[in-house]
Write a new protein. Structure first.
Length: 440
């Protein structure tokens, strides 16, 4: 563990102080993007703290505090109801269900609202923000690249975990309670912490017709659902039927949309640039079979007829590595898990991807990636209010009742050697590890 921490701080020095010695320009791009994002967030926090200081000088703080907590309780109530609507448990929207995008169905408004309410229940935190200052434990170092892992204490930084997300949510909630204004599309477009998730055409009017109270909820806008993010959102900013993609520099990403952007695939195939771990699995197996002139399965033939397959196969090359020494910086790393050792496409149980940053001395793999995993807090476990279905992977994604990682954002992750290499080499393995490079 000591070696891992030393390696981590070496990475920090390398990222902040020097350009990469490698010719893997993808790493230079992703390091610059990560640092630029943190700089933009720092400027946003400073600006919002200045506004809160002005607000705090001319109000009755006791009355304003009660109003802020009331608004947050409304956010929790509305956001939980919104999830029930999206899951077909309330209301009736048959013409829209198939068009709800991943970012819409897996939005984290209710989680953030609950965390912010707990944070501001400590009146001292509220008063400190209204004084234009950060509460103790929420100060940040702009030059710290987060390691998204429980092994390196998240308490050492607010980057890369739910504390930064909670802080951003609190700043937004307090200012919103005062102004009673919804940010304009232009403000959202330029913000590194706000994003809009489009509704399917006509859904907003249908929602208001069945549930009029939503017309006054501060997260419902003319242009969709307003969301807060700390760079991560499940589904990234993908488009689906009737839900156009919102293109912005610091849009929330998930693991695959980040890889697409940082490898240049977003620009190469702007019409179909979204891909998943499943797409890379198809690409790797098909490329290998085509090399050996082997017949394709029906699932593979079907995937080849999809919109993104041609450009994906043309842009990326699967690497059949025989030794970890063949892994190079800038490669795409992907792992998938399956429900059986047969590892059929239909047996997929999950996956993740990132870009190789380095290999540690103990052969653990270090990747740049976007990730989120927020374990339930004790007070949330005890106060589910009959909404337990909201706290399942099916309900909101990236949320669990266990005591695992607390991560949220963009940074470095360490993949143990036993996980990414040894386990995948076993004949009865239920894991599969893939590596790709951008073709020359």
């Amino acid at each position: 563990m000591k070696n891992l921490k030393n390696l981590f701080f070496y990475f920090i020095i390398l990222l902040v102080g020097y350009s990469f010695a490698s010719n893997a320009t993808v790493l230079e791009e992703i390091a610059a993007h990560e640092k630029g994002y943190r700089t933009a967030v720092k400027c946003t926090i400073s600006s919002r703290l200045a506004k809160l200081r002005e607000i705090g000088q001319g109000i009755d703080r006791n009355s304003f505090y009660e109003t802020a907590l009331t608004d947050l309780n409304t956010d929790i109530k509305r956001s939980c109801q919104f999830h029930r609507i999206l899951k077909k448990k309330e209301g009736n929207f048959p013409t829209f269900y198939e068009n709800f995008s991943f970012p819409l169905r897996f939005n984290k408004v209710h989680i953030i609202s609950r965390r912010v309410l707990q944070f501001l229940a400590n009146r001292e935190n509220f008063n400190t923000l209204l004084s234009g200052k950060l509460p103790e434990g929420y100060e940040y170092d702009q030059n710290t690249v987060p390691l998204l892992s429980k092994e390196v204490a998240n308490n050492a930084t607010v980057w890369g975990n739910e504390r930064m997300t909670t802080l951003l949510g609190a700043l937004f909630a307090i200012e919103s309670t005062h102004t009673r204004k919804i940010p304009s599309p232009e403000d959202v477009q330029s913000s590194p912490i706000l994003h809009r998730v489009p509704f399917p055409k006509g859904f907003r009017d249908a929602l208001f017709e069945q549930f009029p109270d939503f017309s006054t909820w501060r997260y419902i806008t003319d242009f969709g659902l307003l969301t807060l993010h700390h760079f991560y959102a499940f589904g990234g900013h993908r488009q689906t039927a009737n839900c156009p993609r919102i293109v912005k520099h610091y849009a929330p990403e998930d693991c695959s949309s980040l890889v697409a952007k940082m490898t240049g695939f977003t620009s190469y195939d702007p019409a179909h640039y979204e891909f998943t771990t499943a797409d890379l699995l198809f690409a790797a197996r098909i490329q290998n079979k085509q090399k050996d002139d082997l017949p394709l399965e029906e699932d593979e033939k079907k995937w080849l007829s999809s919109g993104s397959s041609t450009n994906l196969l043309a842009y990326f090359s699967a690497k059949n590595l025989q030794n970890i020494t063949e892994i190079t910086k800038g490669m795409i790393y992907t792992h998938l898990s399956f429900n059986s050792s047969e590892r059929r496409y239909s047996d997929r149980a999950g996956g993740h991807m990132g870009l190789v940053f380095d290999i540690a001395e103990n052969n653990d793999l270090v990747i740049f990636n976007c990730n989120r995993f927020l374990p339930l807090l004790p007070w949330e476990t005890a106060n589910r209010d009959g909404l337990a279905d909201l706290f399942t992977q099916e309900g909101v994604g990236g949320y669990d009742t266990g005591t695992g990682h607390n991560m949220d954002g963009f940074g470095l992750s360490v993949i143990p050697y036993a996980h990414y290499w040894e386990a995948a080499q076993q004949s009865d393995a239920t894991k599969e590890t893939l590596f790709f490079s951008v073709k020359d």
